[in-house]
Design a protein around this ligand. Structure first.
Ligand code: FAD
Length: 483
C-alpha cells in the first residue's frame, strides 16, 4: 500500500513528488501518458512570471512572487536552463498607460519587487526594435524564461532517484473509498493508497467529480505559438507584453532559453481538452498582434508552430482543497501555474501533514541534479568530459550541437525514455532549424541500442506515434534454387 498516490505528472504533480521524496514515505506518481510533462507543462510560454498580473485576492496572486523566487532557487539546485530576461508591459496610448499604472499597483500589492514605470525613451534604449508608437511601459526585472520540460523532468528524475515510484501509461478511471484507504483504478491496474493528490491538470475536474459534487468546470482554452529561428533571436531582449485586458495577457514576443523567439499565445475556448492543433486563423491573428508591438518580426523564419491547452475554469483561480477524506486537489492550475507549482507543492504537503500524513525526514536526501551540456563547457572542461566519456566527442544534433554522451546521460537518469520527443525534451535535440530531420534517425538507433527496444518500437512522441513501419532492406541473402 502506498502512503501517497499522485495523479498527474505535470509540473504540479512532479513538484509534489519531489517535495514528498524528502520523507520516509511510499509515494507513487501516475500519469496517463508515456512520459511526464505531456499536458500544459509541455506547451506553454515558459515564463517565470514576476507576479504583477494576478488579483491579490486569489491564490495565484498570493503564490506568484513566492513561486518566482522558488523557481530561481530551483533552476540552480536542479540545473535547469533559465534566462533572467525581465519583462515589459507596453502601452500605446494614455488609456493603456493608466492600465499599466494599475498593473504596477497590483504588482506592489502582490509583493513583486523592483518594478519601474518607464517612458518611451527608456523602453527604446532597452528594446530598440519595439514599435515607435509606444508611449511607456512597466518594467519587471524579476521575471525570466526557463525550460518547462526540464523543470518537470528534473523534479521527477530526483524524486525517482530518491525512491518515488513512477508509473506511466496509467489513466486513472475511478477512485473507490475503502474506509481507511483508497483504491485507485486505472484502465489496466489497481493501486491502494492512504492519501491521493489530484494534479490532473485540465482533467482535474473529472477526477474531482468521481468523489465529490462538482465545484467548478474547466473551460479548456487553447493557445497557439510561432517559434522563430535564431536569425530573429535578438529582436527582443526581454518578454514583451501588450497591455492586458480582462480576458488575456495578450500576444507576447519572448526570447527563449535557446535564443530563438517565441510569439503567442492566443486564447480560444475549445470543446476538446486534448486538442493541441494549430489553425491558420489563430496563427494569422497572432502574427498581426505581435507585429503591432515588434514590427520587424519575420514570420518566414518560423521553425515550429505548437499549441497548449489552459485549465481555465469558472473560478478564475486555482482550486486547492480536500475534496473527500484524504484526497487533496491541486486543480484548475492555469497560468501562472508553472511559476507557482513549487509553492502549490509546498502548501499541498503542509495540508497533507495537517490531515495526519507523518513526515519523517530522510537523513540522506539529496535534492540536487547536475547535467553536462557539452557545448557550454570551457575547453578544459570539454577535455575532462571527453576523458570521462569519449561519446561527448560525437555530435548527433548538429543544429543544437548535442552529443551522444548527453543523450546517453539522459537515458541513464532513471526514467523510461521511449520516444524521439522524450529525448528532445531532455537534451534539446531536434530543437534547431532542421527540427530533427537529420539527427532523428541517429537518435532512433541510439535509443534502441541503449534501452534494448526494437528500432521499430521507438516512437516519435505519444503511444502509437510509430516512426518506422517496416524494413525495406535486410541482410538476408536471397534464396538460390539449384536446378
Ligand atoms: C498556452 C499556455 C501558456 C502558459 N504560459 C505560462 C507561463 O508562461 N508561465 C506560467 O507560469 N504558466 C503558464 N501556463 C500555465 C502552466 O503551463 C500550467 O498552469 C501548468 O503547466 C499546469 O500544470 P499541471 O501539472 O497542473 O497540469 P499538466 O501539465 O497538464 O499535468 C497534468 C497531468 O495529468 C495527467 N492526467 C490527466 N488526467 C489523468 C488521468 N485520468 N490519469 C492519469 N494522469 C492524468 C496528464 O497526462 C498530465 O501529464 C501556460 C499554460 C498554457 C496552456
Amino acid at each position: 500500500m502506498h502512503d501517497v498516490l499522485i495523479i498527474g505528472a505535470g509540473c504540479v504533480g512532479s513538484c509534489v513528488a519531489y517535495e514528498l521524496s524528502k520523507y520516509n514515505l511510499n509515494v507513487l506518481l501516475l500519469d496517463k501518458e508515456n512520459d511526464v510533462a505531456l499536458g500544459a507543462s509541455r506547451a506553454n510560454t515558459a515564463i517565470v512570471h514576476g507576479g504583477y498580473d494576478p488579483d491579490p485576492n486569489t491564490l495565484m496572486g498570493k503564490y506568484n512572487v513566492r513561486g518566482a523566487k522558488k523557481c530561481m532557487e530551483l533552476v540552480e539546485t536542479l540545473d535547469i536552463e533559465f534566462r533572467k530576461t525581465g519583462s515589459l508591459v507596453v502601452a500605446f496610448n494614455d488609456k493603456e498607460m493608466e492600465t499599466v499604472k494599475q498593473t504596477y499597483e497590483r504588482g506592489l500589492a502582490n509583493g513583486c519587487p523592483n518594478m519601474e514605470i518607464w517612458d518611451a525613451e527608456q523602453v527604446h534604449a532597452h528594446e530598440p526594435n519595439i514599435s515607435k508608437d509606444i508611449i511607456g511601459a512597466l518594467w519587471v526585472p524579476e521575471s525570466g524564461v526557463m525550460n518547462p520540460w526540464e523543470f518537470t523532468i528534473s523534479h521527477v528524475e530526483v524524486a525517482v532517484r530518491e525512491g518515488v515510484d513512477l508509473e506511466l501509461n496509467q489513466k486513472v478511471v475511478d477512485l473507490i473509498d475503502q474506509g481507511d484507504s483508497w483504491l485507485v483504478k486505472t484502465e489496466t491496474d489497481e493501486f491502494e493508497t492512504k492519501y491521493v493528490v489530484n494534479a490532473a491538470g485540465v482533467h482535474s475536474d473529472e477526477i474531482h467529480n468521481l468523489v465529490a459534487e462538482p465545484a467548478y468546470a474547466i473551460h479548456p482554452t487553447r493557445g497557439q505559438y510561432y517559434l522563430l529561428d535564431r536569425s530573429q533571436g535578438e529582436i527582443v531582449n526581454s518578454v514583451i507584453f501588450p497591455t492586458p485586458n480582462e480576458q488575456t495577457k495578450g500576444i507576447l514576443v519572448s526570447p527563449t532559453i535557446h535564443f530563438h523567439t517565441l510569439v503567442g499565445p492566443d486564447a480560444e475556448r475549445i470543446p476538446d481538452k486534448e486538442d493541441t492543433s494549430t489553425t491558420r486563423d489563430g496563427l494569422d491573428y497572432i502574427a498581426g498582434e505581435a507585429t503591432r508591438c515588434v514590427p520587424g518580426l519575420n514570420f518566414r523564419t518560423n521553425i515550429r508552430n505548437y499549441a497548449g491547452v489552459r485549465a481555465n475554469s469558472d473560478l478564475n483561480d486555482f482550486f486547492v482543497d480536500f475534496i473527500a477524506r484524504d484526497i487533496l486537489e491541486l486543480g484548475a492550475i492555469k497560468s501562472p501555474g508553472l511559476t507557482c507549482s513549487p509553492v502549490l507543492a509546498e502548501e499541498g504537503v503542509k495540508m497533507l501533514k495537517e490531515k495526519g500524513l507523518k513526515l519523517e525526514e530522510k537523513s540522506n536526501w539529496d535534492g540536487t541534479r547536475k547535467v553536462t551540456r557539452f557545448k557550454t563547457l570551457s575547453p578544459e572542461d570539454k577535455q575532462k568530459a571527453l576523458e570521462r566519456n569519449p561519446k561527448y566527442g560525437r555530435v548527433i544534433c548538429r543544429c543544437e550541437h548535442i552529443t551522444e554522451g548527453e543523450i546517453i546521460d539522459a537515458l541513464e537518469r532513471g526514467m523510461p525514455v521511449t520516444s524521439l520527443d522524450a529525448v528532445k525534451r531532455r537534451c534539446g535535440t531536434g530543437m534547431g532549424r532542421c527540427q530533427g530531420g537529420f539527427c532523428g534517425p541517429r537518435i532512433v538507433e541510439i535509443l534502441a541500442r541503449e534501452t534494448g527496444i526494437d528500432v521499430e518500437d521507438v516512437l516519435q512522441d505519444k503511444l502509437g506515434s510509430y516512426i518506422i513501419t517496416g524494413r525495406t532492406k535486410t541482410n538476408e541473402k536471397p534464396e538460390v534454387t539449384k536446378s
